[in-house]
Design a protein around this ligand. Structure first.
Ligand code: KG4
Length: 340
């Protein structure tokens, strides 16, 4: 039997819909929200409103691109959480309405799990190499920094996580200090390419075990920049690339140290990165270099599947469909959902 799934993602500020057929992504359409740029971060109320405007056109386009009609869809998978409650409600309500009207199963998806399962995506253009179980996942996004042992598609164990800010948050908040627009992570990445990573030194967390902490680094960056501006008001402009390169170098180093520790402790030599920060070129380079040194196999997601997207929701929905893990119409979004 052929299986066609509609995936819906609306956890933060991207409205996305995807069509999957028998494990292969046929379309993945995302509407970004420029409306937040002026505010230095996502404004929840504005995000929910934009999702309301975007969801129908995005789903329509996803079906059109895939050449699939609404009647051919066998199940709807949607992001239940974590995320902004108002944003999640738009995707959840749409998915529930669609499933009800077509009398098809509804599948809830944990957004974090989906970021990891993006490594099992194949699309019409490419068949990618997928990790074998068990593997380690470094999940780094705007809201999360976690090290996870992935034992099976739907069986994951968190062995380390941030005790305060996420890595993406550190990128974005430090970018704000430098007067860069939101989201600052990709801009820091771009500027860092022309800077000296050893130009400046910022404090590093001293956290035991496999946990992370990024709030101290953020504060150290803020105080450092403030002090230098007192001496030279043009300090940021004159040192932008070096600041970005040094900050990125520090964040990547902190991330890599714990993943090396995790690999040593678990004996697992396959490492996959996931989440928005996995797009960072410094992190990708560091991971690739360490992989050669320690003979790891690394998996870096395709750009279209590393930022928030519905293809990862559809593939997770597919694995859940195979296990008949469906939910009822009374399922509500869960803003603080975690990987159990
Ligand atoms: O996974 P994601 O799209 O959204 C969630 O947080 O769920 O991740 C967004 C985060 C933002 O903090 C953004 O600045 C960061 O990923 N990001 C990057 C890069 N691209 C996106 N951070 C550093 N370098 C990048 N190239």
């Amino acid at each position: 039997m052929s299986i066609t799934i509609l995936g819906i993602e609306s956890s933060c500020d991207d409205t996305s819909a995807s069509i999957l057929k028998d494990g292969v992504i046929y379309s993945n359409v995302t509407a970004n929200q420029d409306v937040h740029m002026d505010y230095g971060g996502v404004v929840p109320e504005l995000a929910s409103r934009a999702h309301q405007q975007n969801i129908i056109p995005v789903v329509h386009q996803a079906m059109q691109k895939a050449g699939v009609t609404a009647d051919e869809i066998d199940a709807v998978a949607f992001t239940r959480g974590p995320g902004l409650l108002g944003s999640l409600m738009v995707g959840t309500s749409f998915a529930k309405g669609f499933a009800l009207s077509k009398n098809i199963p509804l599948i809830e998806v944990n957004h974090l799990q989906a970021h990891i399962l993006a490594h099992f995506i194949d699309d019409l253009k490419n068949k990618y190499e997928h990790p074998d179980f068990p593997f380690l996942a470094l999940l780094v996004s705007g809201g999360n920094s976690q090290i996870i042992v992935v034992k099976d598609h739907l069986e994951m164990e968190v062995i380390g996580e941030t005790i305060d800010d996420a890595a993406g948050e550190a990128f974005d908040k430090c970018a704000k200090v430098m007067g860069l627009p939101y989201p600052g992570g990709p801009i820091i990445d771009r500027n860092a390419k022309s800077g000296n990573p050893l130009a400046f030194e910022f404090s590093r967390p001293k956290i035991q075990g496999l946990n992370y902490s990024f709030s101290g680094l953020k504060t150290s960056f803020l105080y450092f920049v403030r002090d230098r501006i007192k001496e030279n008001p043009n300090f940021i402009e004159e040192n932008m690339n070096d600041l970005c390169a040094s900050l990125q170098y520090t964040i990547v180093d902190v991330l890599m140290n714990k993943i090396k520790k995790a690999a040593k402790e678990t004996g697992i030599k396959q490492v996959a990165i996931a989440g928005g920060v996995s797009a960072n070129s410094g992190l990708q380079k560091a991971l690739t270099e360490v992989a050669v040194k320690f003979k790891w196999k690394v998996f870096i997601p395709q750009l279209g599947y590393s930022l928030d997207n519905a293809a990862m929701i559809a593939i997770t929905g597919y694995f859940k469909f195979l296990k008949k893990e469906f939910v009822d119409q009374d399922t509500a979004p869960f803003a603080r959902m975690t990987i159990k």
